[in-house]
Design a protein around this ligand. Structure first.
Ligand code: PBG
Length: 329
């Protein structure tokens, strides 16, 4: 029997052939590892909803950074967990705040071998858990928040951040931060904007990781985007690029592959995607029950994110994947 058309299976015959014709290759160079560092602990603390991820001490963070650099992972993003939270979130810009100290440690430990980024937000530092200044009526004040983001950006840059990553979804945050950085002489510090960030139910485990509970059972729907909105995501991205974002990010990743693809087609800056805590936790939970092959699903998901158009992938699997890829196929 013969077919007139091309036989597509011909190029799937051997592992080497499949590798040769692969359209999308996930590599260590694609990855950024999110890392948590907590003030006032002397042992790393496990995070029950994020198996394998810990809240680091300053010391254990240094070791992790060295290990990641050794594996060839190009970037990390740091999140601070302060011992004390207050209404303003002053730990975000205090020069002695945990993330500032950790940034300085990181630069000392790995220099420019790793791109050291800092998440720039207030929720890890505020006692109410919101990403900005809360008015007496409970709403978040956009413009008052920008002033605090500007202070946090300067503090992070002074401490040694190579990239700051505003994640609060306030309007105008990128230009407020860019201006503040430039005015303080940090023209080299880049801004990775969480540009299209959705008010997702997939951030649950992250909130355990940074000990955040939003006051009064609240949510972030008045500043993060609704999950059904595609056009609005593009408007957010365009606004951030116009304001000077060096890299734009879509978050979460898997439920928003269409948005990643459209953003990648639209902009001429690198596109990042965040495979978030809930996405990581779901894979672990199912794998623990023996229902799926966890490492294989992780690679499949991350490859899909790259195939959609992401140039940079933030993932809690960074170290595992780097080890897996380094060990050969
Ligand atoms: C806000 C921030 C969040 C995440 C990254 N930065 C939480 C939120 O918006 O509620 C979530 C990351 C994840 O779920 O892995 N500082």
């Amino acid at each position: 029997m013969s077919f007139p058309e091309r036989r597509l299976r011909r190029l799937r015959r051997t592992p080497a052939l499949r590798r040769l014709v692969a359209e999308t290759r996930l590599g260590v160079d694609d990855l950024v590892a999110p890392l948590f560092v907590r003030e006032g602990i002397d042992q790393p603390q496990p995070i029950s909803s994020l198996p394998g991820v810990v809240q680091h001490t300053r010391e254990s963070l240094r070791k992790e950074l060295a290990a990641l650099a050794g594996l060839g992972v190009p970037g990390v993003i740091l999140f601070g967990v302060p011992a004390v939270k207050d209404p303003e979130g002053s730990g975000a810009w205090d020069p002695e705040g945990i993330v500032q100290l950790a940034l300085a440690d990181a630069r000392e430990e790995v220099g420019d071998d790793l791109v050291v980024m800092a998440d720039l937000c207030l929720d890890e530092y505020t006692d109410h858990g919101h990403c900005g200044v809360v008015r007496p009526d409970g709403t978040v004040d956009n413009d008052a928040t920008l002033l605090l983001y500007a202070r946090a950006a300067v503090a992070q840059a002074r401490a040694g951040a190579a990239v700051v990553a505003p994640s609060g979804m306030m309007d105008g945050q990128v230009s407020a931060i860019r201006t503040a950085l430039d005015d303080d002489g940090h023209t080299e510090v880049a801004v990775l904007a969480y540009a299209a960030k959705f008010a997702s139910a997939l951030y649950g485990p992250f909130r355990d990781a940074v000990d955040v509970t939003i006051a009064g059972g609240g949510d972030r729907k008045a500043y993060q985007q609704h999950h059904g909105n595609r056009r609005e995501a593009l408007a957010e991205v365009r606004a951030d690029v116009a304001e000077g974002a060096d890299v734009v990010m879509v978050k979460p990743a898997l439920a928003y592959l269409d948005v990643i693809a459209e953003v990648a087609a639209e902009v001429d800056v690198p596109v990042a995607a965040y495979h978030v805590s809930g996405e990581y936790a779901m894979i672990h939970a199912a794998a623990e029950r023996g229902w799926i092959d966890g490492p294989a699903v992780a690679i499949e998901h991350l490859t899909a994110i790259k195939r959609a158009g992401a140039d940079v992938i933030l993932t809690y699997f960074a170290r595992d994947v780097a080890e897996q890829l380094g060990a050969g196929r």
